[in-house]
Write a protein that binds this ligand. Sequence first.
Ligand SMILES: [Zn+2]
Ligand SMILES: [Zn+2]
Length: 260
Amino acid sequence: MKEDDLGAVKWIHGAPDCTRSDDPPLAVHRFDRDTFILRVSKCFSFEGNFLYLLCGRQRAILFDTGGPADPGSPFAVLPLRATVDAILAGWLEQRGQAEIELVVAHTHGHGDHVFWDGQFADRPRTRIVAPALDAVQQFFGLQEWPEGEAEFDLGGRILTIFPIPGHEPSHLAIYDPGTRILLTGDLRARPQMGEVGADLRRAGKLEKSAAKAGGVSPGSRYPGCGVRSRDRETFLGPCRQRVRWPANASCPASPGIPSS
Ligand SMILES: [Zn+2]
Ligand SMILES: [Zn+2]
């Protein structure tokens, strides 16, 4: 299996009886040398979020920190800080590099994306971007919100950050030209069906961003994931064919219910 073939990854899904599952609360998939996808087990939280750690020469950025444990979960705490520390320590060692900054940011501010931010509060060389519109705007330099876009340089790896509010007011999409990954948080998980115009505008932005990379290969999709309504299929369809849709947290074919 190629690391970047997301369709072939065996993600943890939770289990019918979580007390008898050996799955860790958090699993790590190394997508490429500098890109890590962390998946929260549905035995920890029904949301089953995916978190993304992207590394460049000067800094790494973590998008999202997951949600609280479900009542009855065999786990109480998500070992996110320890997992990120271990990933970065290994990454630094491989590169023979002494240290790297970490930015903790979010696709958007819902509780299942920000809950474990506090684990990073005392971490050295770490900045946490508060999950609120003014903080997000200021940190990334998105003065024309909800229009415009910004570049965020990890050091030899420049991400494009652009606003896609609607699902939540500070919602961002993140495009990484190197991997051709487009992170869209919960854009697909719960579209605002009452705001078709706004959704179309967002979809147009995604298209534009994907097209900038040129010659983007067909998407690699999470097994069993589908777009839920015909309307959304219509306007996300072309977009999905041109970018890799990263694994999405809410898949009807896997145990759990849609994230919020
Ligand atoms: Zn969510
Ligand atoms: Zn959400």
